[in-house]
Design a protein around this ligand. Structure first.
Ligand code: ADP
Length: 686
């Protein structure tokens, strides 16, 4: 059974009295009714009562809320009231708990208060007034406690918030402190690093005041360099250490340093002990807190300068020695060459029979003598040319030269040696490489040297091939000499073009030929390269030269016989020459002046004036007197004509000529030589 007055309407203020909602928890309904009646008698308070008979029921109602006061019997069915109070409070009940008990025991009283009860009533020992008073006091106290609790909670919350804010502020502060400490540490480290760099620098670093020249700051090296203590150094100015010859010179030099800004100066400084040092000063003006200073770096280069001076003197001495040596060598070489050449011609005349027939063994000795003389003259010529190459006095006299003529000349000169050794020499010439721009004497010498080496280093039965073809896409002729000889050892390859070098497998000769040849070819703008063995072969050597190709020479053919003129033109054009023609003497002279041909082929019988008059006119004209002339002659020549031709060394081409003669004569005339001249004293080496 249960009863409840909460459902009555009215709320807090029935009949103008304060309304208090009371839950009576008692398993004895009669006791509960008694309490309810006592409450109903209250004159000042209107109590709305509710009742719970069991622990469970009570707990549910307390949990549902809505009570201001719970009157709880100590003795309940399964649990005691103390536990209910504790549980209700734990569940967050806001009602004031008043314990009811049958006995007046202090222990229960204390336990009730401890459990959170607001007050304690002994059944039968209170009347309705007391009950109402206890309820009111409890409520009052409870409310006060509630307010207190709320105030405390509020305070605690504020304290908590403030504490959190404080903690945040402290942690932010800590972070800031950490950050500053780290920056300070980095600054200290950087400062330390800069200090070490500054102090340990190998050069003196000095901050100089302008214009006084005093040393505002400086590193240890500055003191070491000039042998002063820090204290002494502080009192100096830059003028005090400058050591020019006169104080005036020193002052001017320092003025320049202080006023010129970023610059590099060479200075002479006097150390504390009086030593003079060579110093290189690099300066840069800087601004510190608005004041201008000069930052200077003093680099001591005394030792280096001393070494340089020593070296310079040594070089001068060496150059002088070298010059003296070269002059001596050149003089001796000249002195040797003249008697040697005379001896050589003497021997040759003897061999030609000038002193009558000689016995065979004498001829053998004389031939040996001759060949040794030639070798010596060749070496002397090499030495003389080396000197000229060194002092750059070896000049070229380049012309457009018929390469075939030069190549054939060398081959023919060396043929006797090659034949004697059973060496086969072959030559292939590409018609596109007929003319090269070169000094023919120099190139003959190079070809002779290279072919001579090929003959020298090829055992009997071998072959030597010379081929000339155009260098791909370039205006060069590529001359390749390949032999099947002993080859050049790999370790010697890089050095065979150096002066005086001879490979270990053949140590004879002066070792100058290839070096000079290479320098001559380079002077011509060409190249010289070696391969040993030649590509695709097992043995032998291949030397490749390149020379710039030349424009085909122009030949003026002057002949009044149209048939001969046509024949000559045809022949010369086939040989790659450009040809212009004239028929009369006057026309020939005018064309020669206007066209400046490379060669004039002149028939001595012309339409108007005779050939001799033309020759005299051409040779008398300064602008064209250098042009080589070949005279086309009949069977016999009169005396005066012969004399003119011989006076001007004009070769003749007697009619009828064969094409070989014609070619040879033209090429020789173009080269300004009538016979092949070997580089060594006009005869091939043996
Ligand atoms: P040299 O004037 O004494 O002949 P070179 O300067 O012409 O000297 O040559 C230098 C060296 O290169 C020679 O001593 C030789 O060892 C080597 N050499 C040159 N040409 C050949 C070749 N065709 N075959 C083998 N060795 C060569």
């Amino acid at each position: 059974m249960s009863w409840c007055q909460f459902c009555q309407k009215g709320g807090d203020n029935l009949l103008g009295k304060e309304t208090v909602r009371v839950l009576i928890v008692d398993d004895n309904e009669n006791d509960a009714l008694v309490i309810r009646q006592q409450l109903a008698q209250s004159p000042s308070t209107s109590f709305l009562t509710d009742w719970a008979a069991t622990y469970q029921d009570a707990l549910l109602k307390i949990h549902a809320g809505g009570h201001d006061v719970c009157l709880i019997d100590y003795t309940l069915d399964e649990q005691n009231g103390l536990i209910l109070i504790q549980t209700a409070l734990q569940l967050g009940s806001k009602a004031a708990m008043i314990m009811l008990t049958g006995t007046d025991e202090g222990a229960i009283d204390a336990a009730a208060t401890e459990s959170g009860a607001a007050d304690y009533l002994v059944k039968g020992k209170y009347d309705s007034d007391m009950l109402e008073r206890v309820i009111r006091h409890s409520l009052h106290r409870y409310r006060l406690e509630g307010e207190l609790r709320a105030a405390r909670d509020n305070l605690e919350k504020r304290v908590e918030t403030r504490t959190a804010e404080l903690c945040d502020a402290i942690s932010a502060l800590q972070q800031e402190i950490d950050r500053r400490e780290s920056i300070e540490r980095q600054l200290r480290e950087t400062e330390e690093r800069y200090r070490i760099i500054f102090e340990e620098a190998m050069d003196a670093i000095i901050l100089i005041a302008i214009p006084s020249g005093t040393f505002v700051d400086f590193n240890s090296q500055a003191c070491r360099q000039l042998e002063y203590s820090r204290e002494e150094f502080k009192k100096l100015t830059i003028l005090d250490i400058e050591a020019r010859e006169t104080p005036e010179q020193s002052r001017q030099h320092i003025d320049r340093i202080l006023n010129q800004g970023a610059e590099v100066f060479e200075s002479l400084h006097r150390t504390r002990s009086g030593k003079i040092r060579n110093i290189l000063i690099s300066t840069r003006p800087i601004l510190l807190s608005g004041t201008k200073y000069l930052l200077a770096l003093f680099h001591d280069f005394t030792e280096r300068k001393q070494t340089e001076d020593d070296l310079r003197s040594a070089v001068i001495r060496l150059e002088q020695n070298n010059q003296a040596k070269s002059e001596f060598v050149a003089n001796v070489s000249h002195e040797l060459k003249t008697p040697l050449t005379s001896m050589m011609y003497g021997v040759r005349n003897l061999l030609k029979g000038i002193a009558g027939p000689l016995p065979d063994h004498a001829i053998r000795y004389l031939k040996l003598f001759d060949s040794e003389c030639q070798r010596l003259v060749a070496t002397i010529n090499d030495i003389l040319d080396l000197g000229k190459l060194d002092n750059q006095s070896l000049t070229l006299a380049p012309i457009t030269a018929p390469l075939g003529h030069l190549v054939r000349g060398c081959l023919e000169a060396l043929r006797p040696q090659a034949d004697a050794a059973g060496i086969v020499m072959t030559v292939t010439l590409d018609p596109r490489t007929r003319f090269v721009h070169c000094d023919p004497n120099m190139i003959q010498r190079v070809l002779y040297n290279i072919l001579g080496n090929a003959v020298k280093f090829t055992p009997p039965g071998g072959t030597i091939t010379l081929s000339v073809r155009p260098e791909a896409e370039q205006a060069f002729a590529r001359i390749t000499v390949t032999d099947t000889g002993i080859g050049i050892p790999p370790d010697a390859m890089a050095r065979v073009t150096q002066r005086y070098f001879r490979a270990s497998n053949h140590a004879s000769g002066s070792g100058l030929g290839l070096a000079i040849s290479k320098e001559i070819i380079i002077l011509h703008g060409g190249t010289l390269a070696l391969a040993s063995p030649p590509p695709g072969q097992e043995k032998g050597t291949e030397i490749t030269l390149t020379l710039p190709l030349g424009e085909p020479p122009t030949i003026l053919v002057a002949d009044n016989d149209v048939v001969i003129q046509t024949l000559l033109k045809l022949h010369l054009t086939t040989l790659g020459y450009r040809v212009i023609t004239t028929q009369s003497g006057q026309e020939t002279i005018l064309t020669a002046e206007a066209s400046r041909p490379d060669l004039i082929l002149l028939d001595l019988i012309l339409e108007d004036i005779n050939g001799v008059t033309v020759i005299l006119t051409l040779r008398g004209s300064p602008s064209i007197r250098y042009i080589p002339i070949i005279a086309i002659t009949g069977a016999t020549l009169d005396e005066s004509t012969s004399e003119v031709l011989s006076r001007f060394s004009i070769p003749t081409l007697p009619k009828p000529w064969n094409s070989k003669e014609l070619t040879e004569t033209i090429e020789s005339a173009l080269l300004g030589m009538t016979v092949f001249q070997t580089p060594a004293g006009k005869e091939p080496r043996s």
